[in-house]
Write a protein that binds this ligand. Structure first.
Ligand SMILES: *[C@@H]1O[C@H](CO)[C@@H](O)[C@H](O)[C@H]1NC(C)=O
Length: 137
């Protein structure tokens, strides 16, 4: 019994250390409209619905969050671009992809040609991404 509780405390200690290390970093997501027209943006995670946001060209929407300790945090967004009646989708933060790509800042720009630029904090480069239409909100 003594051994069981000793290893139990060890595991709790390890898990809390892991949790503190993983959760210390707050991530800020910025999404800029450079489409040239108004867009409507709707971002969600499994737990949070950030609502619909009408954005004029040149404006930015942002939020911040703490990635969960399990490495499964996922924020996905849908974009409606005037006058196109189709929701385009992209992942604004996917822990598996972005853990190192955007450790504290995840910046996106939505472009006129219906593509996206995403800032890679690790390399300092803007990378081109494409919308999907496989995940409906
Ligand atoms: C949209 O905003 C971007 C970024 O501010 C700007 O460079 C561009 O000229 C704007 N386009 C239009 C059509 O207003």
């Amino acid at each position: 019994m003594k051994y069981i509780s000793a290893s139990f405390y060890c595991i709790v200690l390890l898990l809390s250390t892991f949790a503190i290390l993983r959760s210390s970093a707050n991530v800020h997501v910025h999404i800029q409209n450079r489409h040239g027209q108004n867009i409507n943006l709707h971002c969600k995670s499994k737990d949070d619905d950030l609502g619909y946001h009408n954005m004029e060209n040149g404006t930015e929407y942002s939020w911040s969050f703490q990635p969960n300790i399990w490495g499964t945090t996922l924020f996905y967004c849908a974009v409606l671009m005037d006058p196109d009646p189709v929701w385009y989708h992209f992942d604004a933060y996917d822990d598996r992809r972005d853990r190192y790509r955007c450790q504290s800042e995840c910046s996106w720009a939505i472009l006129q040609d219906h593509s996206l630029l995403g800032y890679n904090q690790k390399t300092g480069n803007w990378e081109r991404f494409f919308f999907r239409s496989d995940r409906l909100l």
